[in-house]
Design a protein around this ligand. Structure first.
Ligand code: ATP
Ligand code: MG
Length: 295
């Protein structure tokens, strides 16, 4: 890693806590800051994996906070690979990943936050949302006809619906923060040209064919509308409690390192520590030891 750049610097560079002046055009998908290639990053990522594992053990032992990491992106931006890599050292017992697809009939019988609430991480755990309730102001905004499947009373669907959803999401995330769940959101910012390259690779390489679906090309046709929806969503929902991280996603090695940095920085900000053993418990441990040695 170039001298003096820390995980904290990396995390800060891409963190948005106030969306007032947020413009996607100010964020270059191909940015790698001062890093010149994946070789240096590999060692850093390996260090990060170890550090994250140690932090997660404390989170689990302390059993007070939960951490929710939300991933949103256009297709082929690298959500799955990033989740796999960043979490590769974490104890599977302390971590759960939930992928949100188009809602089921049961899910549509409830408000749009319900299915997310059911999947929230317990205290002591890291929960990952691969897509999330943010689809409600992204895919649903780009395809407003989806709203009709949600069976909302007509009176409640007005031109203000997107603003109302932003408000409700911000309020919900504040509620989570006030109850000990730390929320961090990641937008993997891939360029249209890089998405094309990755789609072509999926079509050309037999081992990648399964990753391609015809629907992906259709959504690509709405690229500009999605970019506008992302920009507005991030602008309205970036807060101190629940910041967005807009992560350059044209270089996978960089994406992984920047996400890793933000996750580590988040856990380090929590002052995690193993629970202290009090006097009575110490006496109990001493008694257990005496009993065992006396067997
Ligand atoms: P991959 O990136 O590996 O293709 P994916 O996350 O795209 O995985 P898919 O099964 O291809 O998974 O797509 C899930 C689809 O579900 C996405 O197109 C997404 O927009 C859609 N979806 C998610 N949440 C909602 C929602 N609340 N309303 C409507 N569609 C949704
Ligand atoms: Mg897909």
């Amino acid at each position: 890693m170039p001298k003096k750049i820390t995980f904290a610097d990396l995390a800060e560079r891409y963190r948005i806590t106030n969306g007032k002046k947020f413009r996607l055009k100010d964020h270059d998908p191909a940015d790698t800051w001062k890093f010149h290639g994946k070789d240096g990053a590999a060692a850093l990522l390996a260090r990060g994996v170890e550090r994250l594992a140690a932090l997660q053990e404390k989170l689990y032992a302390q059993d007070q906070r939960a951490v929710l990491l939300i991933f949103q992106a256009m297709d082929a931006a690298g959500k799955d690979g990033t989740i796999k890599n960043v979490m590769s050292g974490v104890n599977p017992q302390g971590c759960q990943v939930t992928s949100f697809k188009a809602p089921s009939a049961t899910e549509l019988d409830h408000d749009f936050l319900w299915r997310a609430a059911c999947a929230l991480p317990e205290r002591g755990r890291i929960g990952i949302f691969n897509r999330s309730y943010y689809e409600e102001t992204l895919v649903v905004r780009v395809h407003p006809e989806i709203l009709q499947t949600q069976r909302l009373p007509a009176k409640l669907v007005s031109k203000h619906i997107w603003r109302e959803r932003f408000e409700d999401i911000v309020a919900y995330e504040r509620h989570l923060a006030r109850n000990g769940t730390v929320v961090r959101k990641f937008f993997l910012n891939v360029s249209k040209a890089e998405q094309k390259r990755r789609f072509l690779a999926r079509l050309e390489e037999p081992a990648k064919n399964w990753k391609f679906s015809a629907g992906d090309l259709k959504e690509r046709g709405h690229w500009d509308e999605y970019q506008a929806a992302y920009e507005e969503t991030i602008a309205h929902t970036a807060t101190e409690d629940a910041p967005w991280h807009v992560i350059p996603a044209d270089n996978k090695w960089f994406t992984r390192m920047a996400v890793m940095a933000a996750v580590i920085e988040t856990l380090e900000s929590l002052d995690l520590a193993f629970p202290k053993v009090d006097k009575a418990q110490r006496a109990q441990l001493a008694a257990a030891r005496t009993a065992l040695e006396g067997e």
